[in-house]
Structures are given as structure tokens and as C-alpha cells.
Ligand binder design. Structure first.
Ligand code: 3PG
Ligand code: MG
Length: 396
């Protein structure tokens, strides 16, 4: 990580600088519905343009199988142009004649976006020929897509074998924020891990219990832990086949001195739908025909209390079924508590993952967190303690 170099101090004027960004944003009827990733990459692109570089932005968009007009980056490039407040050219292809024409039309300081990389199979296959075709378009490569760094693709890994390669400012910002929370944090530290299934987060939980002082478990995955300890969870989402895994994680936590915090009361309902009749019960009183859909007020108070004595919080995954009212209240209350402690300068709060960010947005506290990552899968793999190929390639 300390081996990452940025373009600071390098003369990029007149150079063709290929920036791998993550322009993979949600879009509906041709309109970008959440521009966070674009907003975050804008300052870095502006800085390169101000320094006289010819900026060539490359990205994937969605998961096309071959060319798919629905997944053209053109409308995204338009939104980026708007956010940049300067013209953005568009290349109809990411390699070959159309890409070269777009690059050749650039004057110093100009910016172009090239078409969806995944229209070519070579991108995801990390095909050396595709990587070399991409590299031909530039003089310098900047990796600025932390959220794609878990992919060893031609545009994140392969291309670094052909061009002098640097870490972009957004990637550096993401890494620094995560390191502050996990590698050199102010203690005591806590991690809040929620979400539906234990099975998807075993490596995350296993890595975290060895690193943090307290681990708060919420969401559907808490049910598996509760059930493994003999609690009746009724009809709740749970994975009994992972009971043994849950017990192993609990044992490892004990060995490492990590305190595990599970819900003490829960919000239950008989149906999982908007506005379903719900009630709060103690965790030992979940009826056989009910589902746990959120944490209850005592659990929220317990977590909030605990956060008051915590210096660093890492958050991934909601505490309940927050997308469906009224089952978001537990998640929102904890989010508000973390936000206000952060605002008061008492807590460093770092969050990431698609659902988590959506939940923080719904609670209207995203801006109050110390750092909210733009990454989903890459954030999780970082939490697992894995090396991310897109970062390793830049550090080489
Ligand atoms: C994301 O949205 O998580 C990144 O853009 C990576 O996309 P992918 O999961 O399709 O590789
Ligand atoms: Mg993803």
C-alpha cells in the first residue's frame, strides 16, 4: 500500500492519460439516479485536465454479454460532463479506430469517455491483447476505481503491464479511509456487520473478529448466530446449515477478545410487506409463526451505548429489512447515533457496501459519516483482508 505512487510531481502536460474510473452508476430511463461515483471522480479528472493532460476515461458499465446499446456509457458521459462543467467527448469504442479517433481529437486539458469496456470479452478475461490495445491509447495509466479493484480485468490489472501506472486520488482516498478504520485505528474499535446471510460474509466476520474490539451483528445473519446459540427464531430468515460456522466465529471472537453484540429484542411480523403489523418482543420470545425483520429499541440503545465508548466504527450491512417500512427504524436509529457521535468529534465512522450506503442515504446521514466508500464488492473483499488485484497491480 505504501508503494502506491500518484501522478503528483509528474509532468502530465500534453500526455495522454488513461484514467480507469468506475462509471458504473445506477441508471433508469437513460437518467443517472445516483451520481455519487461520478461526483467522487470529478476532482481527480479536473486536476489532470487543469495540468494539461489529455484525459481518457475508461470504465465498465453493468454486466453486458457483448455489445448492448442499453449499456452504453454515452448517457453517463453526459452526466459526467454536466458535473465537470466542461465538455466531455465520447469515443464509440474502447479500443481500435473509433477510440483512437476520439483520443486524437483531444487538445491538452480535454477529456474523453470511451464506450463500455465490457463490450469486449477481453476486458473481464484480462486478455493481454485487449490490455495492450487499451494501453496503445495512452502514455500514462491512472487507476482511480477502488470499487473495481477486486477485479483482475484488462483495465484494472492487464494495462499496468504496458504503461507507467499510478494510483488516482479517489483510490488513495478510499484506501486511506479504510486503513484509518481497520489497520491503524483509534481504539476501541467496533465493526457493525449486517445483511441477510452469514454465508456471504464468513471471511469478513472471521477477519474482523481478529481485528476489532467489538463486533455488532445485525440483519438476517444475526438470526443464524442466535439460532446457533439455541434461540428460537421462528420463521425468520436463517441459515441453520451455517450454525457450526457461526459457533466457530463466536469461539474465535472469544479467543481474540472480541466482544460480540447480538440483538436483545427484535421487531417481528407475520408478513414481510410494506406496513405489515409488527411488534417488539424480547429475543427469547419470538413466536414460532413470526419473522424477525429489524432490531428492537433495547438493541438500538445497547448498540448506541456501546458506540459512545468507541473511537472507530466500520459499518457494512443493514440491521434489518430497511427497504420496507417500518423495518428500517433500527438501522436508521443506529445510523443517526453514529452520525451524531461523528459530528461531535467522538467517533470515526467509515461505511461501505451498496445496501449500507442506501440505508445511510435513507436515514439522511451519509454526509455526516467520516467516510462512505463508493465500493460494494471491493469494500467487502478489503474487509476480508484480501489483496485486491487492482491495487497490487498499481503497487508493483
Ligand atoms: C460495482 O458496482 O460493485 C463495481 O462497479 C464492480 O462491478 P462488477 O461487480 O460488475 O464487477
Ligand atoms: Mg458489484
Amino acid at each position: 500500500m505504501d508503494k502506491l505512487k500518484t501522478t503528483d510531481g509528474i509532468d502530465v502536460a500534453g500526455k495522454r492519460v488513461i484514467v480507469r474510473a468506475d462509471l458504473n452508476v445506477p441508471i433508469k430511463n437513460g437518467k443517472v439516479t445516483d451520481a455519487t461515483r461520478l461526483e467522487r471522480v470529478v476532482p481527480g479528472l479536473k486536476a489532470l485536465s487543469d495540468r494539461g493532460a489529455k484525459v481518457i476515461v475508461i470504465s465498465h458499465f453493468g454486466r453486458p454479454k457483448g455489445v448492448d446499446p442499453e449499456l452504453s456509457l454515452r448517457p453517463v458521459a453526459q452526466t459526467l460532463q454536466y458535473l465537470l462543467g466542461r465538455p466531455v467527448k465520447f469515443g464509440e469504442d474502447s479500443i481500435g479506430a473509433a477510440a483512437e479517433a476520439a483520443v486524437q481529437s483531444l487538445s491538452n486539458g480535454d477529456i474523453a469517455v470511451l464506450e463500455n469496456l465490457r463490450f469486449h470479452k477481453g476486458e473481464e478475461k484480462n486478455d493481454p491483447e485487449f490490455a495492450s490495445a487499451l494501453a496503445k491509447l495512452g502514455d500514462v495509466f491512472v487507476g482511480d476505481a477502488f470499487s473495481c479493484a477486486h477485479r483482475a480485468h484488462a483495465s484494472t490489472e492487464g494495462i499496468t503491464h504496458h504503461l507507467p501506472s499510478y494510483a488516482g486520488p479517489l483510490l488513495m482516498e478510499e484506501i486511506n479511509a479504510l486503513r484509518t478504520a481497520l489497520e491503524k485505528p483509534q481504539r476501541p474499535t467496533a465493526a457493525l456487520v449486517g445483511g441477510a446471510k452469514v454465508s456471504t460474509k464468513i471471511p469478513v466476520l472471521t477477519n474482523l473478529v481478529a481485528k476489532v474490539d467489538k463486533l455488532i451483528i445485525g440483519g438476517g445473519m444475526a438470526n443464524t448466530f442466535l439460532q446457533a446459540a439455541g434461540t428460537n427464531v421462528g420463521k425468520s430468515l436463517a441459515e441453520p446449515e451455517f450454525a457450526e460456522t457461526a459457533r466457530e466465529i463466536l469461539a474465535k471472537a472469544k479467543e481474540k477478545g472480541c466482544e460480540i453484540i447480538l440483538p436483545v429484542d427484535v421487531v417481528i411480523a407475520r408478513e414481510f410487506k410494506e406496513g405489515a403489523a409488527s411488534e417488539v418482543v424480547a429475543i427469547d420470545d419470538v413466536p414460532a409463526d413470526a419473522m424477525i425483520l429489524d432490531v428492537g429499541p433495547k438493541s438500538v440503545a445497547h448498540v448506541t451505548d456501546m458506540l459512545t465508548g468507541t473511537k472507530t466504527l466500520l459499518w457494512n450491512g443493514p440491521m434489518g429489512a430497511f427497504e420496507i417500512a417500518p423495518f428500517g427504524e433500527g438501522t436508521f436509529a443506529v445510523a443517526r447515533a453514529a452520525a451524531s457521535l461523528t459530528k461531535a468529534g467522538k467517533l470515526v465512522s467509515v461505511a461501505g457496501g451498496g445496501d449500507t450506503v442506501a440505508a445511510l442515504n435513507a436515514a439522511n446521514v451519509t454526509d455526516e459519516f467520516t467516510y462512505v466508500s463508493t465500493a460494494g464488492g471491493a469494500f467487502l473483499e478489503w474487509l476480508e483482508g484480501r489483496e485486491l488485484p487492482g491495487i497490487a497491480a498499481l503497487a508493483r
